[in-house]
Design a protein around this ligand. Structure first.
Ligand code: ARG
Length: 570
């Protein structure tokens, strides 16, 4: 496959004697194609060459000898060199390249089987699996699939919050009120949540409750048999409950090593920190001092003598490095834990693991807010349990379908794919650090920048191909039939697919793929509205059907990387 960026950079570099590596970083893809398919902003070299951008552009153009098969024309506009590539070559090469892979188009093996450990979802058990964990689950799940598609071995790591003070609360609550509640089989988790919520509320008015919770936690930490059994039971039913949500969202994990898994590894990590002279005493606690790095100390053992979140994360990180010899360890966790991860990674580096520490990446994201910008869940009475929300989406979609197309087959399955797809796409639609606006009308709008819109365009391509009984064959294709602007815009999208996926991985940013898939869906919609696919001219029909076939696969593969499923009909 021709790499236009590389080729153009080579041409420029040879014409002006500036290093290729430098040039390539400056090449742009203009938004407006009348300014070329690629552009080079000459002002980037003005300082170094002590020349005006205009002069630089003229000089490059004068020295440059380009192959007409590759580039049609180069123009100078406002200090830019605008490159117009040869569209015939682009179409021919893109189709040739696509046809080699077809269903696997976009995949590659740049990862060479190397391990990428991705910590995502990682909810706290015995607390509601609420909407706040949606983002980590969806973003992490997408990164998991993206790396895999690039030939890495993704390891999905669920670091359950299955230890700590929330258990003390639940257990204390159960001990106080167990006769007042019913534990219905399969719905025990709901009762546990009610108890947790009630305890947290009463605790605010009565500080004695906090002490009670602590005493239960102490019993748990001392491995009191009765207490431990209750803990195991709560963990089991919580996990069963989470797995229902995971199934709805199509998320899966390779490892469920929660915080409790590291209980017996705590001592080891503490010894290691001691041996490396990293632990100092501070106000009764054992900490790693991070003054030098402008961070507060990382607490390893609290003044009460217990290990904490950070200690467990360090033990787990060491375990991840040793078990997987990872290429990257990614943590998909909200922005509010930024400092925590900076501290952990720094301490790990100080422990002598710089090789791994430098490949640890915290991937933060914004909050889920309503359309007024208010954090969801802060209002009481609003359901924020993720499973309920997903079912609500599915029900809403089902009602929409019943109105529009009541005779559709597999309505439940279709409603599930669209409802879940809408939630996922809404989450990944914008750069992840931005807050996500959660608004039903917006995310379920079939004509907006939404999951349902993308699915609708997919279904359209599929029905065109099915109706035509299309069997792809590139020897039939006259590429001259795809040189109109509408077709070229789509071909350009298809050409870029590989680069888009690599960029999404490099930036750990699935929204790069969402924006891309929206773009190709919109371009196809324009093409479809302006052109007849099945025409009297056989050459035109074959070419347009192949184009439709490529769009169908690219949408399917791109959305699969986001975690969405495509319906057959809608
Ligand atoms: N359980 C934590 C929470 O809900 C997230 C854990 C993230 N992963 C980690 N290795 N610290 O806030």
């Amino acid at each position: 496959m021709i790499n236009y960026k590389n080729e153009i950079s080579k041409l420029i570099s040879n014409s002006i004697n500036i290093a290729y590596d430098k040039i390539i970083g400056f090449i742009e893809i203009p938004n407006n194609s009348s300014l070329g398919d690629y552009a080079f902003p000459c002002f980037r070299l003005a300082k170094e060459l002590k020349m005006s951008p205009q002069k630089i552009a003229e000089q490059i153009l004068e020295n440059m000898k380009y192959d007409k098969e590759l580039i049609d024309n180069v123009e100078i506009v406002g200090g830019y060199l605008n490159f117009f590539i040869n569209k015939g070559t682009l179409v021919r090469e893109t189709i040739k390249d696509f046809d080699k892979k077809r269903e696997n188009y976009g995949s590659s093996n740049i990862g060479n089987g190397k391990n990428i450990v991705i910590d995502y979802s990682s909810p706290n058990i015995a607390k509601p699996f609420h909407i706040g964990h949606l983002r980590s689950t969806v973003i992490g799940g997408s990164l998991y699939k993206i790396y895999k598609f690039l030939g890495y071995n993704s390891v999905g790591f669920n670091f359950l919050g299955d230890w700590g003070v929330q258990f003390g609360k639940v257990m204390a609550g159960i001990s106080l009120w167990k006769d007042e509640y019913e534990f219905v089989e399969g719905k025990e988790i709901d009762t546990i949540l009610q108890i947790y919520v009630r305890f947290s509320k009463e605790e605010k008015e009565n500080p004695e409750m906090t002490n009670l919770a602590k005493s239960w936690l102490r019993k748990l930490e001392e491995h009191d048999e009765e207490t431990y059994k209750i803990w195991e039971w709560i963990r089991k039913i919580s996990l069963e409950n989470f797995k229902k949500t995971y199934k709805l969202l199509n998320s899966s994990f390779d490892v469920y090593h929660g915080e409790a898994y590291y209980n017996d590894k705590m001592q080891g990590i503490i010894e290691e920190l001691k041996n490396k002279n990293l632990l100092v005493e501070s106000e009764g606690a054992q900490v790693v001092n991070l003054d030098e790095y402008d961070m507060p100390p990382c607490i390893i053992i609290t003044s009460a003598g217990t290990s904490i979140y950070a200690t467990r994360d360090l033990a787990s990180l060491e375990d991840r490095a040793k078990t997987y010899d990872f290429e990257k360890a990614i943590y998909v966790v909200g922005s509010e834990q930024q400092l925590h991860f900076k501290q952990i990674f720094k301490v790990f580096e100080l422990m002598g693991y710089e090789k791994y520490a430098k490949n640890c990446i915290h991937v933060p994201f914004g909050l889920v807010v309503d359309k007024n910008g208010k954090k969801i869940g802060s209002r009481t009475g609003n359901s924020v349990v993720l499973e309920d929300i997903i079912h609500e989406a599915i029900d809403k979609v089902k009602n929409i379908i019943l109105e529009k197309n009541p005779s559709i087959e597999n309505i439940d399955e279709t409603a599930r794919k669209i409802g879940v797809g809408a939630i996922i796409f809404n989450d990944l639609n914008n750069s992840r650090v931005k807050d996500e606006i959660f608004d039903w009308d917006m995310m379920l709008n079939f004509n907006g920048e939404t999951g349902p819109y993308i699915q609708y365009m997919y279904v359209r391509t599929k029905s065109i191909l099915d109706k035509a009984g299309y069997v792809p064959n590139i020897s039939d294709i006259n590429t001259n039939k795809l040189l109109d602007e509408d077709s070229i815009n789509i071909i350009k999208n298809i050409y870029l697919f590989n680069d888009i996926i690599v960029e999404a991985a490099n930036k750990n940013e699935p929204s790069i793929i969402s924006r891309y898939v929206l773009d190709i869906a919109k371009n196809y919609s324009v093409f479809y509205n302006n052109n007849r696919i099945l025409s009297d001219d056989n050459d035109t029909t074959s070419a347009r059907l192949y184009l439709t076939y490529m769009v169908n696969i690219v949408i399917e593969n791109a959305t699969k990387l986001l975690g969405m499923e495509m319906p057959e009909k809608m």
